[in-house]
Ligand binder design. Structure first.
Ligand SMILES: C[S@@+](CC[C@H](N)C(=O)[O-])C[C@H]1O[C@@H](n2cnc3c(N)ncnc32)[C@H](O)[C@@H]1O
Length: 238
């Protein structure tokens, strides 16, 4: 039997502290170390802001750098560094929770670090705790279904060529477009062309004190869009 500490991956939910699961809260109260991902653009980890009230003063906080880049070599190096830091503490017998926004298993640094960690410590004891995704919270907030009956639902990180959306949105009556800040105007153009612009809603920082949403996508074409924003498209409307 290994005496290594246990490693947890915790989805802290979309933003509101009371949308974190009971299981996540219990683990956060108990662990020795909480690892928080932090990009160079943030003054403070977003996940830590959400989960902070569940973490006691006795808990050590370790920041893991998550650069806002798509450069694979840079990202790989940071994940390896992060995994090495975590492995060192686990070998020392410390229990560690890596917190991440929304669900832990969707577009999260947690799963990238996990792969690296398993190489370093193949027998590491892991528990991943799901969190409420940003889009589940969006649908609940709007009191609208993500999909019904036999409808398909697409989840798209809309960071590459917005033209790809044409085909996807033709096949999927419901879609969640994530990471929309960068290509926002091109995305709105495609929605307009497909007659879907009025069947879409933009939601930003849901669950945070400064949350914002609008059905008028044109109205924010020239404003600064936050990274924590998504568009929900429903062909049949809301
Ligand atoms: C790296 S992904 C993380 C997804 C997360 N693991 C989840 O389950 O929702 C970041 C993207 O999630 C979406 N997102 C996360 N939190 C959000 C929020 N509170 N409000 C709106 N969009 C959010 C945005 O599209 C953002 O660009």
């Amino acid at each position: 039997m290994t005496k290594h500490g246990k490693f947890y991956g915790i989805g802290v939910g979309p933003g509101a502290a009371d949308l974190l699961t009971v299981r996540a809260a219990n683990i956060l109260k108990d662990v020795d170390i909480v690892c928080v991902p932090r990009s160079s653009q943030d003054n403070e980890s977003v996940a830590l802001k959400v989960a902070g009230s569940y973490i006691t003063d006795k808990t050590k906080i370790i920041e893991i750098s998550t650069p806002m880049t798509r450069d694979k070599a840079i990202l790989n190096a940071e994940w390896e560094k992060g995994a090495a830091l975590i492995a060192e503490q686990l070998v020392a017998g410390q229990s560690i929770a890596f917190i991440t926004i929304g669900d832990a298993m969707l577009f999260s640094t947690y799963t990238y670090i996990l792969k690296k960690l398993r190489v370093l410590l193949p027998d590491v004891h892991i528990e991943s705790v799901p969190g409420i995704t940003s889009f589940s919270a969006t649908a609940a907030f709007l009191n609208t279904a993500l999909a019904e009956r036999n409808e398909k639902l697409a989840i798209i990180p809309a960071i590459d060529d917005p033209n790809e959306l044409r085909t996807i949105l033709t096949h999927f009556p419901n879609a969640i477009l994530m990471k929309v800040a960068g290509k926002f105007n091109e995305i709105v153009d495609v929605l307009d062309e497909l007659n879907l612009k009025n069947n879409a809603v933009y939601v930003c920082k849901l669950g945070y004190p400064d949350q914002f949403m609008t059905y008028d996508l044109d109205s924010i074409r020239t404003t600064k869009r936050d990274y924590l924003s998504l568009i929900l498209v429903k062909r049949e409307g809301f």
